[in-house]
Design a protein around this ligand. Structure first.
Ligand code: PEP
Ligand code: MG
Length: 582
């Protein structure tokens, strides 16, 4: 029965946007599985039941996969492949079967105890990514149990549709996200989950407003409750008052209107009121975003996060596979540069199953990630570099090294890049021999010595997501300390200024590609600090460009300098407001 009075819930916003509509509750079930045993004479019947369930689940997964639109199939399908692999895994099935034959477990109890067994072995794993793969096992187990319980022989997924509803669930599986997207659902709410789970990544790339970590959501939200999902703030209003619905409908309308109006700036030249030439580039995480990017009239791809090619597979992408993927993007960008960041695996990023990031990675953000991994796994790095250099033949590419903390990492990487070039020459493959090499400045050691690093590289890109994390000692994925995550902390701003000035002094381009670049609160401040090039999430481009072309940078410099030297929070916020209202 639906709730009668208004209720507000809070969770972790993982994908922005506002959705208003009816709730559709789906419970995968953390149902208590009964400890049940069967008679010996029923063993073969029970095994048959088990096998049918596995078959049914496999068909179900195949159907979900086949229903994915071609435009998102290539990458999104990878998430499902992990599940398909598990259901097809002979050892997994055999272990469950032997629990039935040897211990006379019911199929449900056999699956459950096998799951507990796997889960226990995962608990001792230090590697966070591999540890998180227990979620995949969990999703598959839930599907199997559901199919055991559903008596109908039909595959229920075929008729599953989340058209025009907000899906509320206990644990969001990638399949839930895909079905919601394909059936034009409005948004997603989940009791469990974190920002970097597969499902959350999918909600963002498919632009489905979503909130996870909403405790007791299933106990509180009922089917047909009317919901407002505020994916910016992580708020859910259940059966809100009419006034609040009107308010959010207005917000949504003005958001869409603003989006339309702002899109008119895209064709304008990107120069400030005082005639400074500025640059706007896009960050790209999935090739699907290319379509959105191509409408934005940008100056290039300022950060191509290449990790997607490595995620959710048991092997590494080959040089050729990467080359074809990169070439497609380079050609699409015509002569605008595409800055390929080499594999930045580890910490908050997806890690391929075969990548080991250290057995005692208690602090993975400080562990074997980014360039550290690449220098220790030279074949992986050289293959990627070869693919980038080959793609460079079809346009303009640059190579960007992540997580640089010292000078030798640069010289070592350059040596490997030279080996990649030699290999390509020997193999008589076409490639660009003239590719600029730059670094992400995202670790304080690099920012502090930016003036010296500038002499070793062709360009800088400031990664504020990590720079804030490392300067302020705040885990960027830990919501408990999120309140301390402050890009305008004076220490952070001073480092940004050092990097911008070092770039100017040494005549190398400096861009900023962290989330800060796409946050309209900070555009003018960054312009005032001398930043000329911004790379951001594509959807932020119109708003930021609008601010850029209506700014007089000469008037921002003095106030920006005052702000970075200000120690009083209240005064600082006042200064920021002043900067934004000039
Ligand atoms: C950053 O650290 O600011 C950045 C852009 O890289 P990522 O978010 O991929 O670590
Ligand atoms: Mg980073």
């Amino acid at each position: 029965m639906k709730n009668t009075s208004p209720i507000i819930l809070k969770g972790l916003p993982v994908s922005k946007g506002i959705s208003i509509g009816m709730a559709h509750v789906i419970e995968h079930g953390n149902n208590v599985i009964e400890e049940k045993y069967i008679e010996k004479k029923l063993v073969s019947k029970e095994i048959k039941r088990l096998k049918t369930t596995f078959k049914k689940t496999l068909i179900e997964l195949d159907i979900i996969k086949s229903k994915i639109s071609p435009s998102i199939k290539k990458n999104i399908g990878l998430f499902l492949d992990t599940h398909i692999l598990l259901v097809s895994d002979k050892i997994f099935l055999e272990s469950i079967k032997s629990r039935i034959t040897e211990n006379l477990n019911s199929s449900e109890w056999a699956i459950h105890t096998e799951y507990l067994n796997i889960k226990e072995s995962f608990e001792n794993i230090e590697d966070l990514y591999i540890k998180q793969r227990i979620d995949d096992v969990n999703h598959v187990v839930k599907m199997l149990l559901n199919n055991l319980i559903i008596k109908k022989n039909k595959i229920n997924i075929i008729s599953k549709s989340f058209n025009n509803v907000i899906v509320v669930t206990d644990d969001l599986s990638p399949a839930d996200v895909i079905i919601t997207y394909e059936s034009k659902g409005l948004g997603l709410i989940s009791e469990y989950g974190g920002r970097s789970s597969h499902s959350s990544i999918l909600t963002r790339s498919l632009e489905l407003p979503s909130i996870v970590g909403v405790k007791s959501a299933l106990k509180i939200i009922k089917n047909d409750d009317y919901l407002i999902l505020d994916g910016d703030e992580g708020l859910i209003f259940i059966n809100p008052e009419k006034d609040l619905v009107n308010h959010y409908q207005d917000l949504k309308k003005s958001f869409l209107k603003k989006k339309r109006v702002l899109s008119t700036v895209l064709n304008k030249r990107n120069i400030s009121l005082d005639k400074e030439k500025l640059e706007i580039m896009a960050n790209l995480e999935l090739p699907q975003e290319l379509k959105i990017i191509s409408e934005k009239n940008i100056d290039g791809i300022g950060l191509f996060r290449t990790e997607y090619l490595y995620a959710d597979r048991n092997d590494f992408p080959t040089e050729n596979e990467q080359f074809f993927a990169y070439k497609q993007i380079v050609k699409k960008m015509k002569n605008n540069p595409v800055i390929f960041r080499t594999l930045d695996t580890g910490a908050d990023k997806e890690i391929p199953d075969n990548v080991k990031t250290g057995s005692i990675a208690h602090n993975p953000a400080l562990g074997l990630r980014g360039i550290r991994y690449s220098l220790g796994n030279q074949t992986v790095f050289i293959n990627q570099v070869k693919a980038i250099l080959r793609a460079g033949y079809y346009g303009t590419v640059k190579i960007m090294l992540p997580m640089i903390t010292n000078f030798s990492e640069i010289s070592d990487a350059k040596e490997l890049i030279n080996i990649a070039k030699k290999d390509l020459k020997n193999e008589k493959k076409k490639f660009s021999n003239n590719v600029k090499i730059g670094i992400m400045v995202e670790v304080p050691s690099c920012a502090v010595l930016a003036n010296r690093f500038a002499k070793q590289v062709d360009f800088f890109s400031i990664g504020t997501n990590d720079l804030v994390q490392y300067t302020l000692a705040i885990d960027r994925v830990d919501d408990e300390v999120n309140y301390l995550y402050d890009p305008i902390n004076s220490a952070v701003l001073n480092l940004i200024k050092i990097v911008i000035d070092a770039g100017a002094k040494n005549k190398i381009p400096v861009s900023l590609c962290g989330e800060m670049a796409g946050d309209s609160n900070y555009t003018r401040l960054l312009l005032g600090l001398g930043l000329k090039s911004f790379s951001m999430h594509p959807s932020a481009i119109p708003e930021i460009k609008n601010i850029m072309i209506s700014s007089d940078i000469s008037k921002l410099k003095k106030l920006s300098k005052e702000l970075i030297n200000c120690d009083c929070l209240i005064k600082k916020n006042k200064l920021l407001a002043k900067i934004n209202n000039i």
